[in-house]
Design a binder for this molecule. Structure first.
Ligand code: AMP
Length: 138
């Protein structure tokens, strides 16, 4: 499977479509999922191309996981969460829909289930949740 540079996350990285950025460094980019399955649901991606865990280089994985840990801690703090679920899907058979490596960060509270996938959120709410994570990062 080859990398398609027209995937939606590549377009976000190039600034061709908008996103709610929460963090960026030389190698990684973090932004809000616009169909959040929990308050504070966000995504971390490498800035360089790879489809998923299966074709990523050790350097891509190392930098992304470092950012996943950083943003997870901030998201848990921002939402007074009790934990976080980290999700990552590989190829369509594995549940992947966007073919640029990404890790989902889902702040979790005891006894609160994830919401169903594929439901678009109010953009004002997503923005306010992004601001909470950004504040926790600073
Ligand atoms: P998956 O590839 O199955 O891990 O799912 C892709 C994720 O990307 C889903 O959770 C979508 O809600 C999310 N998503 C799709 N388009 C956008 C977008 N433009 N901005 C932010 N998140 C998105």
């Amino acid at each position: 499977m080859t990398y398609d540079s027209n995937n939606i996350f590549a377009k976000i990285l190039r600034g061709e479509i908008p996103s709610f950025k929460i963090f960026e460094d030389d190698d990684t980019f973090a932004f809000m999922d616009i169909m959040p399955r929990a308050d504070g649901h966000c995504l971390v991606i490498p800035k360089t191309p790879c489809r998923n865990l299966l074709d990523a280089t050790p350097d891509q994985l190392a930098s992304v996981m470092s950012t996943v840990q950083l943003v997870s801690r901030a998201a848990i703090s921002a939402f007074d969460a009790h934990g976080a679920t980290i999700q990552q899907f590989n190829e369509a058979a594995g549940g992947q829909e966007v073919f640029h490596l990404h890790f989902h960060i889902l702040p979790r509270h005891d006894d609160i289930k994830l919401r169903p996938p594929g439901v678009m959120a109010e953009m004002e709410m997503v923005k306010s949740h992004a601001d909470r994570i950004i504040a926790a990062l600073s």
